[in-house]
Design a protein around this ligand. Sequence first.
Ligand code: R5P
Length: 262
Amino acid sequence: MDWGQRNRLYQIIKSDGRTVMLAVDHGYFQGPTYRIENPKKTIEPLLPFADAVMLTRGVLRSSITHETNTSIVLRVSGGNSIVGQLANEEIITSIRDAIRLNASAIAISIYVGTEFEHQTLTCLAKLVDEGQDYGIPVIAVTAVGKELEKREARYLALCCRIAAELGASIVKTYYCEDFTKVVEGCPVPLVIAGGPKLETEMDIFNLVYDAIDAGAIGVDMGRNIWQNDHPIAVIKAIRSIVHENATAKEAYELFLKIKNNQ
Ligand code: R5P
């Protein structure tokens, strides 16, 4: 791997080999999602606590200050919507624009097992080729669309392995029962999404702890952070698990402490 690509990956995966990525790209297919209707208002206070932020070029240019030190993971696939064919994504942002925006990585969703499987997988492969030309790592997102029941080890292991085989540098997937099987079958680092908002904060911290314990290198999480009434307390508590090996209980205690001092 060339110096540029290694350096870009280092902007995302810190020296401890772990990462806390903040996902705020939901609007590209579901519009003004609850609590990121005004992206700037939600994202800016959280940026100092994220190793990287995952978003589209539209939100980056309109809502994020160029003075940020947080690394940029640019979502470059889309062209779909929640009211249309959710899996029908293609590459919607050029590698030139990703370079102009100083992206540390580019991200694309793949929809294995749908009628758009071939299209999204070949888009991933093309993106990896382009990324290699310019030293930009690619993050593949194993999307499940509306079918949340697809979050099971056999399916996710298949998706993650295919993404790794096609050249993704990092794979983003969901935590599931038997998650170690997903990790073992994937020769590149894995991060987990959070999925829809969980019932309690303890559920969030258990999810993060279990994923890290099973071998994930971190999270790329959105709704469970910024749909919470205390998003800074949540992201700081998540950081304590990812970067300081805190237990879920210790993270919850930290969450309460920060929440009560706010
Ligand atoms: C979904 O397609 C997006 O890539 C989101 O960034 C991803 O689902 C992570 O967000 P959340 O933690 O809200 O599931």
